[in-house]
Every structure is written in structure tokens, then in C-alpha cells.
Design a protein around this ligand. Sequence first.
Ligand code: NFS
Length: 653
Amino acid sequence: MAKKASEDKILTSCGGTQQMIDLARKEGIPTVFDRAATMKPCPIGAEGSCCKNCGMGPCRVPPSKKEGEPAKVGLCGATAETISARNFALMVAAGSAAHSDHGRGVAEVFLLAAKGEIPGYGIKDEQKLIQLGLDFDLDVENMEMKELAIKVGELCVGQFGKQEGELVFVKRAPLKRQELWRKNNMVPRGIDREVVELMHRTHMGVDQDYKNITTQAARAALADGWGGAMIATELQDIMFGTPVPTTGYINLGVLEKDKVNIIVHGHEPLLSEMIVVACQDPEMHALAKEKGADGINLAGMCCTANEILMRHGIPIAGNFLQQELAIMTGVLDAMVVDVQCIMQAIQKTSESYHTEVITTSPKAKMEGAKHIQFEEHDPVNTAKQIVKAAIENYTNRKGKVNIPKVKEEMVVGFSHETINYLLGGTFRASYKPLNDNIIGGRIRGIAGVVGCNNARDVDDEVHLTLIRELIKNDVIVLTTGCVAMACGKAGLLVPEASKYCGTGLAEVCETVGIPPILHMGACVDNSRILIAATAVVKEGGLGDDISDLPAAGAAPAWMSEKAIAIGHYFVASGVYTLFGTTFPTTGSKKYTDYLFKDLEEEWGGKWDFEPDPLKMAKKMIDHIDKKRKALGIDKARERVLMDMEMRRELDAV
Ligand code: NFS
């Protein structure tokens, strides 16, 4: 058979993924990689120039090609910048809603658990519960743990629908940032209100001022980053434990031929935590034996994977683009999904194998899949039912086994609290050593590299090229989500990765015993990065605001609306944030210039787009150096570089 052009292209830098792509092509199984080659994105939609907000359209307003030609507008007269801003805002609304609805689910379950109405869940981190009580100004000293948990649960649930005033975590931000938000009318109320208002404004004939739309989009995004998503992280930590450094394995090679294999895929740890417990149940093991299996092997995929890996060391089968491929191993007995980042294609793939795709959320069903609903009042039984369904499916295997022999070890679980403790020590947990190393120049700056994998790029490659370049230049990297998993697969999440660092960063990592790339969790845990950045500001010596820090953020291969929402709350929190692959507003130069240039003046942070990972690294490093100069610490780094030079000379003697 003649090869398709796309077959010669390198599609991934992950060995396990490449092996499965080859197999898929041999067997004629369609995958996202082939669909990406045959279906091109709509160029007008991709640049944000298509308005389909009313029945007179869709109106397409791409930039004029001829000099002097008047700019196109929609039938209603909407300009390209208004259309672009509205489309961008709609992505922020959807992304913020998704993250925060996850947060709401966690808060509701937390409250039920606090009241003792859910068997199986409890309080694992009392310290953090007390901290939340203090955030809400509760009299924590005179409250029993149960009473405190109920009160905190009620107050957290109330945050989502807060109609007036400020969300409670707003006051966690640096004071200067809070003032800027107040001045610009960006302080978030509850997510429900902010998203509804944003969607009202993007409706036909409402907000026609691109700047005004962007400000409300920031308010909605901040209601997620400093609200819904932050609540999710905090309450998950209280219920399931705040992550501490743990080792684990990653890639499709974690699946085991002779065991019942279950993958939990999606985002919310509520059910997966219970599946971890159910998989250890002797009754389930006996049933697996009875069916001829050698035990039960649980693995994760996408952000759920990060959650259970950090807290239990459960291996990760892969990141976003590996979901169809996991089914093709032929040994996956159940793919259990909840919400977000789940490709409908997995159901079709499963029809060629024996895998049972099990949906669990009433919000996310799939035609053809088995639905076992997560009953929040009885998660233990739901989990057992699911594990049982997987075990019973073991005997339906069709005999084809293709597990790539690829897996890597990694160290994960660097919550903000852990970094604080590791750097500062038991007696005085503190960010001072980090700040001192930044001020002294050993660490040049901090980068947050997060987000998705995008089938329009070489899978995992842009993340890895960017991150290798950053650590080579002494920039410490904080990571979450699919990027964190890409690093794990490439063997970069181990302390030995310090050999890829510049001398300064290597020295710090070797002294403290940490990898130069710190895995901080799932996408919802980007709130940990906000908290860490704030802690660095509060420690002193690096300015008064997040925007003063020698720091930058990136999502080099983003694809989801959540990524845009996250990017927008980082920008609104003062971070220079770069996205790769594509950018959804480029059809309007005026609007894109506003996001990429003018915003910095107004918010201290701004957006940027750069598809080439090396150029992206350069832009981030240039920004970090600009901030070092503004802080007056650029000289310190020059001295460190001179020291290196001198050391080399000494070595040569
Ligand atoms: Ni976040 Fe992207 Fe999805 Fe997680 Fe992965 S694709 S925006 S990283 S799994 S949410």
C-alpha cells in the first residue's frame, strides 16, 4: 500500500506513542494523528474572525488582503476586533466554567463528607483546613474539626454563587495586585455570576468594546483561578492529602498483560480516589483470580492521572494524545472517564478491541459507552461496581496484545507547601532560599510551563524543547497537566535531570535534591503556581507584585478552552504568558496588539504567541532578564557567570 504523505512526518517524540501510531496504521485504526493530517483547521475560525453569534451569520471578517480596502464588518456592523474579542471571551467563559464546575463538585462532596454523609471520605490535612478557616475569618481555635469542616464546606460552596463583593481568596494575592484589580473593576465575584455576565456581553448586540469585553473575561478567569480552581485544589488536598514527593512510572508500558487493567481518565479525583481503594479490596482480587487474571492494575490518564499519582503513586498510562492508543494495547479492560479532555473517538476505537468505555458523570455521557453513574452518597459502591465491570470484561480479550515496552520513573508531588518545606527545612519552612538564589543569580528566574498536547504539533516535542532550553539557562520550571507528563515520559522529572541545567540551577537542585522541573499536579492545580508566585513576592526582595518577578508562563501546545481561561487568569495576575501552536485572535491585528502589547501597561502581564519553542524560550528568558534589570539584580547574575568562567579556567589548569 502506498504511504500517505503524513506517514513520513515525525508525529511524536514519545517512543510508546510512535509504536502505537505505526500499529494503528498497520491495522487501519483511525487516530487523532491521522485525522489531524487529513482535516485542516478552518483558517477563518482559527484566527477568530468568524462570528456565529446570531442567525444573520456566520459572518466572516478576515483581514483585508489589498492595501486600502475597507475592513470587513459583520452584517450588524461588528468589527473584527469586537468579533475576535467575543470569540476569545467565549473560550474563557467555557474554560473557566469547566474548571470551576469541577471545583463546585468537589466542594459539594466535601460538605457532605464533613457532615458524615459519605462513607470513605475524611479529613487528611487538618492544617490546611485550619488555614481555610482563617481565610474565612472563622474562630478556628474554638471550633471542633467537624464543625470547622462543615462551616468551611458551606462557605466554599457559597463562593461559586457569590453575587456581590469579593471572593475570599482575592486577599491571598499580593496587596498591589488586589489594588490593581479593584482599580480596573476586575475583582471577581462568584464564577456563576461572572460567566453569566460574560456570556450576556458576548450575545449579539451587547458589549461592542473589545477592551471592556477583555476586562470582563479577566474577571471570569480570575473567578476561576483565584476561586473555583483554587477551591478545588485546596479541598482535594484537605480530603485526599496534600501531595508530597512521590515516585511513580509513566507511559503505556505501565499496563500489564496478565492483570486486569483499568485506566481512570479525566479530571475529578472524587471517584478515582475510591477506585484506588476498590482496586485493593480482597473481594475484587479474588474475583480477578477467578477470572484467570494475576491481579488488578490501575493506571491514570490525563489530569486525573496526575491527581492519583501524586497522592498514591499510581502509574500514568499517558497524556491527552495517548487515549486511543491505550485501548489499542489490547489489554485495557476498562477506560473509566468522568469529565473534560475525553475524545469521543475512544468509543469507536474500543469497538475494534474489547475495552469497556465507562462514563460516570451525569454531565458527560457518550453514545455506545456503558454508564455507571458516580453516586456521591455512596462512592465506595460505585467504585466497586466499576472495578467489577472491568474484571468481568477480562475474559473478553481478543488475544491481540501490543504493550510498548516503554516506561520512565519520575518524582512528582511538589505542592506549594512541599517546595516551601524542601527549600526552607523543617524548622522554618520558607521561600527565602529560593529568593536568595534568584537574587544571587544562581537561578535566573521561574517559568510555569503547563497545558495540553495538540495534534497539530509534534506530540510532546515543543514542551520538551522549550523546557530543556529553559533549564539550560538556569530557569527553574514549574509544571502541571499534560506538559508535566511529557517531561515524565522524557525522563526529566528526576533529580538526575540537573545534568541538563546551567551551572547555577544544577548547583541548587543538587544541594536540595530536587529535579529542575517540579511537577505540581493537574491543570486545576495551576492555582498552586499562583500561590507559590505570591509566596515568593511576600518573602521579599523581588518586588511587590507578581508582575515584578523574573518569571514567565507558557502553554506551548494548548488546545482546550480551559487553557485559554488559565492563560487569561495568569495574564490578569501579572504574568507574561506565551502560547504556541496557534492563537485564536490573529485575524484582528488591533485586538491581538491589545493582548500582546497594551495589556502590559494596564495589568503588568500580557499575552504572546510563538510557535517555535526555541524562540519561545528566548522571549521568556528576555522577559526574565528585563525583570531582573528592573529589580536591579542583573549585576548579580553577571557575577555568577563570571564565577563560572573563572571555574572553567581553573579546571583547565
Ligand atoms: Ni489541562 Fe489541556 Fe486536559 Fe489536563 Fe491535558 S489537555 S488544559 S493538561 S488533560 S486539562
